[in-house]
Design a protein around this ligand. Structure first.
Ligand SMILES: Cc1ncc(COP(=O)(O)O)c(C=O)c1O
Length: 443
């Protein structure tokens, strides 16, 4: 009987890779761009306890004062339950929007609470921004590599991503100029530049302060909006912050913020700060999506900001992540084979590693997981198939000891791959079309 069958009994692809989804012909064209991200596909395997996961970007919540948060939540419901458990406005709780202005002030932003839209994580803000600006075929410029969740959103709205090269100082202004002029010569419409200026996901790089005004000027001249995504900006390991792009050009930047990395990702509270007219459209789009963000969660964040030393808590997160970053970097120095290079982040969660020629990080992943270490292959962070020699290594979640062990295991796998490459050549040439190899017409 259908009702008793588990989803596993209906695989969506045949062993030959054929799509078996019975609804396939019904989907809207935009659903074709919705595919499981590599991060998601990995989640189940990488979360087994024996695997050291350097894959996911889960914040480390162990340092949060759970008991006092619990009693705040209980008193919130007891005293303000009629509001906390009720619908609210799509715009977000006013008191929280005021507090968000205080949070943003730490990075030089002087926003008005009216121009903030509270969202279900900044992921929802990304969705709303893309929805109101992008028609199918429009171009979004993004760093190469870029955040996998943003690439998924752009694909879902059938926008095409053009990656702009970075170096150790972040987005390269000249590369941005070139991307814009190529798009113009092809008659393509560039809708916005999507950028993560601080402690980039996945690259771990920060946009040099000296480049910020130039990037903004290039976009302004080209009539291109800037979408600044900044979930990690307060997680500089020395407590350092950088001037937000939004603080330098309020009329041409939509700023996205989040409490996911500085407080609790499970509450799903983020926001967009937008030029006034854009804010109006965002509220309408938000209304159509969720009616309103969860009132209870907004009030929990608001109460937390009011009653806890949230800046002290952020300092303690900075310290935890710095220790983990150090463990990862020293492990890499100690164990990685010659030819591997990696970024050295000053904040955030991620290191981006480039492996020597001959390594395909996507093909290698199952072998790494068998060796009980997981990472995310670089290809997931590009919309164009690039990144097969790269990988993202997250240091946010495992303890320093586990990180070191994970890196040791990863180095062994890499050495073995390189040995295979030196002996037999590239992986693609090792697969021969002999009688045992299934081909599309025999499977
Ligand atoms: C760059 C970037 N933007 C947005 C998000 C989404 O965060 P949120 O939890 O606020 O939806 C993430 C989450 O990892 C991220 O790394």
């Amino acid at each position: 009987m259908h009702s008793e069958e588990s989803p596993e009994s209906h695989p969506l692809t045949s062993s030959a890779g054929q799509n078996l989804d019975p609804h396939l012909r019904r989907y809207a064209a935009r659903a074709a761009g919705m595919t499981a991200s590599e991060v998601r596909a990995l989640f189940a395997v990488a979360s087994r306890p024996e695997v050291v996961s350097l894959a996911g970007g889960m914040p480390n919540l162990a340092a949060l004062p759970l008991d006092s948060i619990a009693s705040e939540v209980a008193s919130l419901i007891a005293r303000e339950g009629m509001v906390a458990l009720q619908y609210g406005s799509a715009h977000g709780v006013p008191a929280l929007r005021e507090q968000i202005c205080d949070v943003m002030a730490l990075e030089g932003i002087s926003g008005h609470p009216d121009d903030i839209v509270v969202t279900v994580g900044s992921q929802m803000a990304l969705d709303l921004v893309t929805r109101i600006f992008c028609d199918p075929g429009d171009i979004v410029l993004a760093e190469g590599p870029s955040y996998v969740g943003a690439l998924g959103t752009f694909a879902a709205y059938q926008a095409n991503v053009v990656h702009v090269e970075m170096d150790d100082d972040g987005l390269i202004p000249e590369a941005l100029r070139q991307a814009l002029s190529v798009a113009e010569s092809r008659g393509q419409r560039v809708k916005f530049l999507y950028t993560i200026p601080n402690f980039h996901n996945p690259a771990g790089i920060t946009l040099a302060v000296s480049r910020r005004a130039e990037i903004l000027e290039i976009c302004r001249r080209a009539g291109v909006l800037v979408v600044e995504d900044n979930p990690y900006g307060l997680l500089g390991f020395d407590g350092q912050t950088y001037p937000a792009l939004r603080s330098m050009d309020p009329d041409n930047v939509v700023y996205l913020g989040s409490f996911s990395k500085t407080f609790a990702s499970g509450l799903r509270v983020g926001w967009a700060l937008a030029p006034h007219a854009v804010r109006e459209k965002l509220v309408l789009a938000a209304e159509a999506t969720t009616l309103c963000p969860p009132t209870l969660n907004q009030l929990i964040v608001s109460r937390y900001l009011e009653t806890h030393d949230w800046q002290g808590q952020i300092k303690s997160f900075q310290q935890t992540y710095r220790e983990r970053r150090d463990a990862l970097l020293s492990g890499l120095e100690q164990h990685m084979p010659a030819g591997c290079t990696w970024t050295k982040p000053d904040g955030g969660f991620f290191v981006w590693m480039t492996t020597p020629e001959g390594i395909d990080t996507k093909a290698m992943l199952p072998r790494a997981v068998t060796a009980r270490v997981a990472y995310v292959s670089g290809t997931g962070f590009y919309g164009d198939g690039f990144g097969s020699r790269q990988m993202r290594l997250s240091f946010c979640y495992p303890t320093p000891e586990r990180i070191k062990e994970g890196i040791r295991r990863l180095a062994v796998v890499l050495e073995q791959e390189l040995e295979l490459y030196r002996t037999f050549g590239p992986a693609s040439r090792r697969i021969t079309s002999g009688p045992q190899t299934p081909s599309p017409d025999t499977a």
